[in-house]
Design a protein around this ligand. Structure first.
Ligand code: SF4
Length: 397
């Protein structure tokens, strides 16, 4: 039997029902060791697993080849069972791969959406399918909950670019200037800040705090490019830090020029962590939520998303009529999060994220201040086509 062709033509459960031996089933490679763990599941693609996951596969079949599904489905099924047993939810960031984002994520979105929902969920356990600063944010907003991260080493080049001590030095150099810290920062940095922001609300939060403090200068950290892009949208003077997202800093305006030649008519959508010259030539710019919303609303024939690779896959799942060009860059930190890691974290209740109480209390004030800033229903975009403006750039001596 040509099994792959059959996968494409009929339901997975029907195929698996015809398999009789373990050898014919898809046993997950490298899982001999897991068999010894307490309460471990049978991680192979059985008829029961196929029946339980068939409908999920329909959601992602345009981005996950049928031949790969038997590798993912046993984990997805086992994670679903473990979530019920542990009273857990999975918060999945847009940069997770589709088998995580669409198949095990209970709450999905960008940093701001996940931060809001972390505080609202009644579940007692949160598994953060994202990087460490996101798990810290969840813990800060939900101190009574157990927050797990599948891999403690899932960091972020922005979050590691600046420390609490750096922020104290910036404040000393600029007294009476409020500090807006991007949520892509450590709890310690948030604790030193007056308010947090995400790429969805960076402009609004910056203008809001300037009005509250009655000042014309604001410190926006740690992302130099986000701060420079904010500076093009406001008349405020921006002071920033030399931190960069290693995924978005790699896009250039000449990349876009080449892409426009190769894909005439395609719309170029950029994330505001890209350098300002990229935003100046993009057709639309905004946070991950704003980019997804734009595609949903405008239904373009073809788009080029200048952001992390999995974002295109995840937006494509709900927009099958749009053709996605993927000149994307992978985030090595986000990609540390896997189905196996989520499964192991839930099975063993491991990699708990803890934030020191005093730091958490101060960081919480900055995050809650951000959440209280009134925003429209839809995430606003950045106006593209604007010329770069001067900012004051600081770095460690
Ligand atoms: S995509 Fe950039 S900002 Fe997001 S986690 Fe990766 S390095 Fe950090």
């Amino acid at each position: 039997m040509n099994r792959e062709r059959s996968y494409n033509g009929c339901r997975m459960a029907q195929i698996i029902d015809t398999l009789t031996t373990d050898a014919e089933r898809c046993v997950i490679p490298g899982h001999g060791a897991l068999a010894a763990k307490p309460a471990d599941r049978e991680l192979f693609y059985s008829a029961e697993v196929a029946r339980a996951t068939d409908e999920l596969y329909v959601r992602v079949r345009d981005v996950i080849p049928a031949v790969e599904w038997p590798v993912y489905a046993p984990y997805i099924h086992a994670i679903s069972q473990l979530k019920q047993e542990r009273d857990a939810v999975v918060l999945a960031h847009n940069y997770m791969t589709p088998e995580i984002f669409a198949c095990v994520g209970d709450i999905r979105g960008d940093s701001l959406q996940l931060a809001r929902e972390a505080a609202r969920t009644p579940a007692s356990v949160i598994v953060q399918a994202g990087v460490h600063f996101m798990a810290e944010t969840s813990k800060i907003l939900s101190p009574e909950k157990t927050v797990l991260i599948p891999d403690m080493a899932a960091g972020c080049s922005l979050a590691s670019a600046i420390t609490g001590e750096d922020v104290r030095l910036m404040k000393a150099a600029h007294p009476n200037v409020p500090v807006v810290s991007y949520v892509n920062s450590s709890a310690e940095v948030k604790a030193e800040s007056d308010v947090c922001c995400t790429s969805s609300n960076a402009v609004q939060v910056t203008e809001w705090i300037a009005a509250e403090w009655d000042v014309d200068r604001v410190i926006v950290i740690p992302d130099e490019y986000l701060a420079r892009n904010v500076a093009t949208q406001t008349s405020l003077r921006i002071i920033t830090w030399q931190g960069h997202c290693e995924v978005h800093e790699r896009f250039t305006a000449s990349d876009i020029e080449q892409l426009r030649i190769s894909y005439p008519g395609a719309l170029v959508l950029a994330h505001p962590e890209c350098p300002p010259d990229v935003l100046s030539v993009a057709d639309f710019a905004g946070s991950t939520a704003a980019l997804a919303d734009y595609v949903e609303r405008e239904r373009p024939k073809r788009v080029i998303l200048l952001t992390e690779c999995s974002m295109s896959d995840n937006v494509a799942v709900s927009n099958p009529a749009t053709d996605f060009v993927r000149p994307c860059n992978l985030c090595p930190h986000m990609k540390r999060i896997t189905l196996q890691g989520i499964y192991d974290a839930l099975l063993e209740m491991k990699h708990e994220v803890v934030v020191e109480a005093q730091i958490a209390q101060r960081a919480r004030i900055a995050i809650e201040r951000m959440l209280s800033v009134p925003l429209g229903l839809k995430p606003p975009g950045f106006t593209t086509g604007r010329a770069a403006v001067d900012v004051e750039l600081m770095s460690r001596a």
